[in-house]
Structure formats: structure tokens, C-alpha cells
Design a protein around this ligand. Structure first.
Ligand SMILES: Cc1cc2nc3c(=O)[nH]c(=O)nc-3n(C[C@H](O)[C@H](O)[C@H](O)COP(=O)(O)O)c2cc1C
Length: 328
């Protein structure tokens, strides 16, 4: 068992978080993560309306009596979703944990905090993490260069970002990106994190509501099978390498604009991947952490294994290094 500032402040058994995942963060996965003693997040915008989010939260409550959260990803859009209505639906549903991402969450904190909701804000730079602390979030989740989804534009890995953040922040830090097993978890704790966040690893679990072929793909894939798209738009996203991501990169290299790739990168096509198992149907997120995924366990097996192995690494391997007599 690990006791960290995260487990203490958030009242969650293990220092493990399942971050928001578009099309993947649904009730059955989030409830399984919660039942395993970790903190899962329903992804608000996977639900077409705030009313559907309320129903998804109710569905999750039928599957677990443990706490869980909701991810609210706030991205600039020509026609933005009704973010404040989603936020109000979270408050009205009595959920006590929210993960915000994408943009400054100040206006949402104004309704979350009075409702007693604990907030985690995702940041990709120390600067943004400090800003999040200043506006009053309870923890920051720091996404390093390895992560699936949006790593920012600075290309700094967690080996640097986490200790830099730990030196400067007072609130709990969650290391996110590139972690699939106990080795990554222990390393993150050693760097100064209070918990870890995983996306890709939780996609390849028994309860993850995506096609088995996508899970098998993650088991087979190595660290060279992701792409960065949208670099030229300064909105980089790490995604699974496939024919569509390669085509997007080709168009970007030729000076193409977002309009030129809009159809290729549509959310509807990405969703088709998860529903049909055709991994070339569209753009879908995956991190470098896929290289370390060897099986498709239940969330309970995954979390139990990570905690047990993390304890073994610390007690046996690392403590053993200290006891090794100096040669000569
Ligand atoms: C399929 C998928 C969809 C994701 N969608 C979102 C999202 O909608 N909002 C968000 O904040 N993060 C999203 N992420 C990022 C994850 O929450 C997490 O930060 C990231 O996966 C960590 O890196 P890892 O995959 O190496 O564990 C997504 C990740 C994946 C794999």
C-alpha cells in the first residue's frame, strides 16, 4: 500500500489515476478502475449532451459504490460544446472529482469549488502547472512528451518535467504519460510525483469499451508506432501511427491547413476505430507507453499487479542495491 499526498488529499486507495479518454472513458471502464481502488474519469464530451452525461454518471454509480470523477476537456472550437452546462451537470450529479484539461479552468472552478469538488488540472508545462495551482486546483496532472493526446509544443519528457514541477509546486503532482507498469510508477514517485496517470494502458484492459482488435493492436505495437500530427498548427497530438496519420503529416508537410485535413481527423472516423476494430479507419490516440503493454488484464488485475510489483521494486531491487557490498 502506498500513502502519498494524493491518496490522502483525494481519499483514493491507490496513487493511480485513469485520465479522460475520448470515446473510451465510459461507465464500465471508470467503474472497474474505481472498484480496483484507483481514480477513473468519465469523459464528459464522449456524451453527446449534458443530459447524457448525467445518465452515464448514474450508469457508473450502478456499477460501483466507490468514488470516480469526470474529465472536462475545454478546447477552443468554432462551435464549442456547452461546457458550462456539462460542468453544471457534473455538480448536479454530486460527483466529487473533476479532471480539467485543454484550457484555463478558472470559470469552472467557480462552480466546482463551492460544491466541494476536488479538481485535477492537466498541464504540459511547469508554467501552466504553477498557474493552475495559483487559481486553486487541488492537484496537477503533468503530461510529458511521451503521452497520448496533447503533449504541448515544448517536447520535454517527464524525467525533467516532474522534478521541475516538484521543486516549484506545493500541491500534489500526478505524473502522466509513458507509464504502463510498476517500473514507471516507481520512477515517477522517485522523481517527486504523488501519483501516476495512465491512458493507453487502461485502454488495453478487459473492461475498456473498445473493440478487441484495438486492444490487440496495443499489445503488438512498439514505441515507434505513434505519430505526432498537428505539429504545424501548434496543436500537437500523439496518435497511433496508421495510414491516416501518415496522410495528415504528408499534407501538413506540403503546407496544408486544418481545412485540408478536417475530414481525415474527424471524431466520427476516430470513433469508428474503437467500434469496428479497423485501426486504419481514422485518427485515434495512443502513447509511447503502448510499447510496454503485453496483455489485456482486468483493471483489478492491472492495479493489483502494479501495486505489488512497485512494492517489490522498492523493497527488493532498490533496497538491494543499497545493500550491495562495494566491489574491491
Ligand atoms: C484514446 C485516448 C483518448 C484521450 N482523450 C483525452 C481527452 O479527451 N481529454 C484529455 O484530457 N486527455 C485525453 N487523453 C489523454 C489521457 O488522459 C492521458 O493524459 C494520457 O493518455 C497519458 O499518457 P499515456 O497514454 O502514455 O498513459 C486521451 C488518451 C487516450 C489514449
Amino acid at each position: 500500500m502506498f500513502t502519498t499526498r494524493f491518496t490522502e488529499t483525494f481519499g483514493i486507495e491507490h496513487p493511480i489515476v485513469q485520465g479522460g479518454m475520448q470515446w473510451v472513458g465510459r461507465a464500465e471502464l471508470v467503474a472497474a478502475v474505481a472498484n480496483a481502488g484507483a481514480l477513473g474519469h468519465i469523459t464528459a464530451l464522449t456524451q453527446p449532451t449534458p443530459e447524457d452525461l448525467v445518465k452515464e454518471i448514474e450508469r457508473c454509480r450502478e456499477l460501483t459504490d466507490k468514488p470516480f470523477g469526470v474529465n472536462l476537456t475545454i478546447l477552443p472550437a468554432i462551435t464549442p460544446p456547452p461546457y458550462m452546462e456539462y460542468a453544471q451537470a457534473i455538480v448536479d450529479s454530486g460527483v466529487k472529482y473533476v479532471e480539467t484539461a485543454g484550457n484555463n479552468p478558472t470559470e469552472f472552478l467557480e462552480i466546482f469549488k463551492p460544491a466541494g469538488i476536488k479538481t485535477i488540472h492537466k498541464a504540459t508545462t511547469v508554467r501552466h502547472a504553477l498557474k493552475a495551482q495559483q487559481i486553486g486546483v487541488d492537484a496537477v496532472s503533468i503530461d510529458g512528451f511521451d503521452c497520448a493526446g496533447h503533449p504541448g509544443e515544448d517536447d520535454v519528457t517527464n524525467l525533467i518535467l516532474i522534478p521541475r514541477a516538484a521543486d516549484q509546486l506545493d500541491i500534489p503532482i500526478i505524473a502522466s504519460g509513458g507509464i504502463s507498469d510498476a517500473r514507471g510508477m516507481v520512477a515517477a514517485l522517485a522523481l517527486g510525483a504523488d501519483a501516476i496517470n495512465m491512458g493507453t494502458r487502461f485502454m488495453a484492459t478487459a473492461e475498456s469499451p473498445i473493440h478487441d482488435r484495438v486492444k490487440d493492436h496495443l499489445v503488438q505495437a512498439d514505441e515507434r508506432m505513434t505519430d505526432h500530427i498537428f505539429r504545424s498548427f501548434r496543436n500537437t497530438a500523439r496518435v497511433a501511427k496508421n495510414s491516416v496519420s501518415q496522410e495528415v503529416i504528408r499534407i501538413e508537410k506540403e503546407g496544408g491547413q486544418f481545412e485540408d485535413v478536417r475530414e481525415l481527423v474527424s471524431g466520427a472516423r476516430g470513433r469508428t476505430v474503437y467500434e469496428t476494430g479497423d485501426t486504419d479507419a481514422g485518427i485515434w490516440s495512443a502513447g509511447l507507453s503502448q510499447a510496454l503493454i503485453e496483455d489485456v488484464p482486468t483493471c483489478q488485475e492491472l492495479v493489483d499487479r502494479m501495486i505489488t510489483e512497485a512494492e517489490e521494486i522498492i523493497n527488493d531491487r532498490l533496497a538491494g542495491l543499497l545493500n550491495t557490498p562495494v566491489a574491491g
